[in-house]
Design a protein around this ligand. Sequence first.
Ligand code: SF4
Ligand code: SF4
Length: 105
Amino acid sequence: MGAEPIITGITRGGTSWTPQFVTALNEEKCIGCGRCFKVCPRDVLTIVQRAIDDVDLDDDDDDDDDDSDNSFMTLSNPLDCIGCEACSRVCPKACFTHEALPLAA
Ligand code: SF4
Ligand code: SF4
């Protein structure tokens, strides 16, 4: 019956909140823009180069900026995630999956 307790936090003002931890990153959708890496306060993410076979040499993506289809982000250290969701707020491709997690791993 009793639901398993989940990890919760509390704000400075005393309000309870539930961290939403990153549980997956869709590397296929990722465009390697690096936005998530810049905002993550922990050591969770690492950008890696795509294998040359996977690189789209005919990229007609007209997104502005610094996107790099040659790279993609990975979850190199997911256990360091604090569940702040900053990565998802800045990700233009909705690559991240988040979940509240039980206290006991
Ligand atoms: S939820 Fe926060 S700590 Fe976790 S990967 Fe995203 S930005 Fe980093
Ligand atoms: S913000 Fe999204 S698209 Fe950009 S590198 Fe991170 S996961 Fe990939």
